[in-house]
Ligand binder design. Structure first.
Ligand code: PEP
Ligand code: MN
Length: 344
């Protein structure tokens, strides 16, 4: 449905939307109205009898204001481009993620101390990062590796947020962490290991804060979008994050950078897509070139690990950048962004 420009037109369009919604409700269906800048989309989920679908399609197509009636053929609905053709934008600290402006999130792998967070926040903010990342709950491959500071780490993040003015991106691993996380953090990250944790995804569909959903190393893009669909059933604020997938064993990188999935996902979904070169490469020297490639391929932002002293970091010490390396990377990101019509 075309969106109105003048107040009177707006009344007419609202009436048109209501009329379509009433027809759907009368059939026992649940219409879901979402208004974009140009069009209003009225979505209907669920199974319809074939003749009912046919009848409704014809009826609604002839109603006033209706531009077209489409059947969404993808198995995921709400997150598909077929459902919504305009890219969704998600506000994070003045950046509309998904617009021409890129979001750069930077910070240490794990929360270690107030000093570590504070120094990193000041440095990355200075170089243009718009959000701070740091994990308080750390799902690690080995049970003998550092498992994160947990609640104590979240409290440090919450204190820092007030002082440094950067929003906090941090990982959620269990539903019972949500009350404290919602209080202390701004964007909740679902790590690649939890992409298939459907109970957690369902719980995140009930919150109002943005969710940064990472692709599992062994998931197809369709499986990734199904995971996003769980969240989208109640919470439209989803940022997809690619972080490398399983490649040939014995390669010199931690994962294989799934840069092809950036343009692929952009065809399939209206959700913004960012890239994590740190976990894809697993080594600091490849983080900058992969970042530039991701921006050139159309990514809406980056999430990068930065630490005051990477060699002595408590986790992921081979892939974290020094402040200077991050500063140099941001110069390159700005240049490539300008070349592809984006800003940082
Ligand atoms: C992280 O970002 O800290 C992390 C653990 O990433 P991933 O889930 O992609 O391995
Ligand atoms: Mn890490």
């Amino acid at each position: 449905m075309k969106r109105p420009r003048k107040p009177k037109e707006r009344d007419i369009v609202l009436k048109n939307i209501q009329a379509v919604a009433q027809v759907l409700s009368a059939e026992g269906l649940n219409p879901d109205v979402s208004e974009g800048a140009e069009l209003a989309v009225i979505g209907v989920l669920g199974k319809l009898e074939p003749d009912q679908a046919e009848r409704l399609t014809h009826h609604i197509a002839t109603m006033p204001g209706v531009e077209s009636v489409k059947r969404v053929s993808t198995p995921y609905k709400l997150v598909s481009r077929e459902y919504r053709s305009e890219t969704t934008t998600i506000p994070v600290n003045g950046v509309s993620v998904g617009s021409a402006q890129l979001l750069v999130i930077a910070g240490p792998c794990a929360v270690e101390s107030t000093e570590q967070l504070e120094r990193t926040a000041l440095a990355v903010k200075e170089y243009g990062a718009k959000a701070l990342r740091a994990g308080a709950y750390k799902p690690r491959t080995s049970p003998y590796s550092h498992q994160g500071l947990g609640e104590a780490g979240l409290i440090l993040l919450g204190d820092l947020r007030r002082r440094c003015g950067l929003p906090i991106v941090t990982e959620v691993t269990r539903i019972d962490q949500l009350p404290l996380l919602l209080d202390k953090a701004d964007v909740l990250q679902v790590g690649m290991r939890n992409m298939d944790n459907y109970e957690l995804l369902r719980a995140l569909s009930r919150i109002r804060k943005p969710v940064l959903l990472k692709r599992n190393v062994a998931a197809t893009t369709d499986q990734f979008l199904h995971a996003a669909e769980y969240v989208a059933r109640g919470n439209p604020h989803i940022i997809l994050c690619l972080r490398g997938i399983l490649g040939i064993q014995g390669l010199e990188t931690r994962a294989q950078a799934d840069l092809d999935a950036i343009p692929l996902l952009k065809q399939k979904t209206h959700l913004p897509v960012i890239f994590d070169p740190s976990h894809a490469a697993g080594r600091a020297d490849l983080v900058a070139p992969l970042s530039l490639a991701a921006i050139a391929a159309g990514a809406d932002g980056l999430i990068i690990e930065v630490h005051p002293d990477p060699a002595n970091a408590i986790s992921d010490n081979e892939q974290q950048l020094t402040f200077e390396q991050f500063g140099a990377l941001m110069q390159g990101v700005k240049a490539v962004a300008a070349a592809v019509g984006r800003t940082v």
